[in-house]
Write a new protein. Structure first.
Length: 207
């Protein structure tokens, strides 16, 4: 059984839409960035920590963890702390192209060790810790935003939509009006690179 270590409604809907069966058991971890840690490393580490935390209570299952960060001008943007922080992030993103990076991790109790070649926009590695198989990967999508007025930002923040989103926006929501172009996986920007997750699941499935 696949267990999603996240309560994100966007991730739930993406998996359901892809026809992937799962149950939910969120993992609460400290999402503070470590000193000197890059965006991709942070997203992959947090995805791994979430997956492992849930897997410890469900070692018979396969657990999926995920974490999304937004990067603009070398600055990582996670979820906004409050309305002012959301407005700050949106001002940073307006009129620019930024990166959305989602780290994903699959954990299960089956020893294996292999190398999976990287794809454009994707890193992928597999490691073995005792009898636990841990697959960690990430997907990167480039997102271009148009200029956004201060009033538009204020109205958007007041709607509440940005408050639980990395980078303070939802591409599938009102913010879609400001996003004329993306390069890469759309579902990754929503919160989970479904095609990557499916490849990872199939990689470990019995023939």
């Amino acid at each position: 059984m696949l267990v999603l270590a996240s309560a994100s409604p966007r991730r739930l809907e993406l998996l359901r839409s892809a026809g992937i069966s799962f149950v939910v058991q969120p993992a609460d971890v400290d999402e503070t960035t470590l000193p000197g840690e890059g965006a991709r490393e942070c997203a992959e580490r947090l995805a791994r920590e979430k997956a492992l935390k849930t897997w410890r209570s469900r070692p018979q299952d396969t657990v999926l963890g995920a974490d999304t960060v937004v990067v603009v001008d070398g600055t990582m943007l996670a979820k906004p702390a409050d309305a002012a922080d959301a407005a700050r992030m949106l001002r940073m993103l307006a009129g620019r192209t930024h990166q959305v990076i989602t780290g994903v991790c699959l954990v299960k109790a089956r020893p294996s060790l292999s190398h999976i070649p990287s794809r454009a926009g994707t890193t992928h590695k597999r490691e073995n810790k005792d009898s636990t198989e841990v697959q960690t990967a990430s997907e990167t999508t480039l997102v271009t935003m148009t200029d956004i007025s201060d009033q538009e930002i204020a109205d958007y923040v007041a709607s509440g939509e940005p408050m639980d989103k990395a980078g303070a926006y939802a591409i599938q929501g009102t913010a879609s009006r400001w996003i004329p172009r993306i390069e890469g996986d759309y579902s990754n920007v929503v919160g989970l690179p479904v095609a990557l997750v499916y490849r990872m699941l199939r990689k470990g499935a019995p023939e």
